[in-house]
Design a protein around this ligand. Structure first.
Ligand code: GRF
Length: 219
């Protein structure tokens, strides 16, 4: 098997930028894992949000993490916006981006600059129930409406297409007959808080390799 011949490489420390638009519970779960020493070799150096009221920014401030409220409306053009975003990340030497409930599309130039170094979490078992319009409660409504027996969460690498990049980790939850979109959302969020820190740990340990759009976890 190919995997066993790939040597583990020590990586530079992950200098993470978290992008979040909402309450930031996933960001918090990653931060806790770093603080508890479950993830070594990684720091969250900045939290970036398009939304000034994002809970994620509040959590960052409470933890003395640099925050940046930035959105396209503050700039004359897409290029200006993205240049500012990249420059602000360079100032704090960001080398890895974690999308945690970020509601805006990432510009292709940023995806290119951070190739295979941007991850996202999606509250369903991709490739099912992903893509445009599939966010928040809409995902769980669609899952329940399709009478699925299972749902779950997926961590994937971000490429140019919504929810399409290589999968890093997934975890399944069972759907009970009395589950509603809301109860399912709560179940899924709970496992998001398990697999997102776990996925970041694998990256921080240099154990995630991308080979022709496939992920290999090196042991
Ligand atoms: C999560 O359900 C995540 O899967 C999705 O956005 C939500 C963010 O929640 N991408 P939170 O802000 O981390 O609490």
């Amino acid at each position: 098997m190919k995997e066993i011949f790939i040597k583990r490489q020590l990586t530079d420390k992950l200098n993470i930028a978290v992008f979040a638009s909402g309450k930031g519970s996933n960001f918090k779960s990653i931060l806790e894992s770093i603080k508890l020493g479950k993830i070594h070799n990684a720091d969250i150096v900045i939290v970036i949000s398009n939304n000034a009221d994002a809970g994620a920014l509040e959590i960052a401030r409470e933890n003395n993490i640099l925050t940046l409220h930035i959105n396209r409306r503050q700039f004359a053009s897409d290029d200006d916006f993205n240049a500012a975003l990249i420059s602000d990340m360079q100032k704090v030497r960001v080398n890895f981006i974690v999308l945690a409930g970020y509601m805006k599309k990432i510009n292709p130039n940023i995806i290119k600059a951070f190739k295979n170094r941007i991850v996202n979490i999606h509250p369903a078992l991709l490739p099912k129930f992903g893509g445009k319009g599939m966010y928040g409660i809409h995902v769980h409504e669609a899952v329940i409406a399709s009478k699925e027996k299972f749902s779950g969460a997926s961590v994937h690498i971000v490429d140019e297409e919504y929810d399409r990049g290589p999968l890093v980790l997934q975890k399944i939850v069972q759907i009970e007959p009395n589950d509603t979109p809301e109860t399912l959302a709560a179940k899924v969020l709970k496992i998001e808080h398990e697999i997102y820190p776990e996925a970041i740990r694998l990256f921080a340990e240099g154990r995630v390799k991308v080979d022709r759009q496939k992920i290999i976890i090196v042991s």
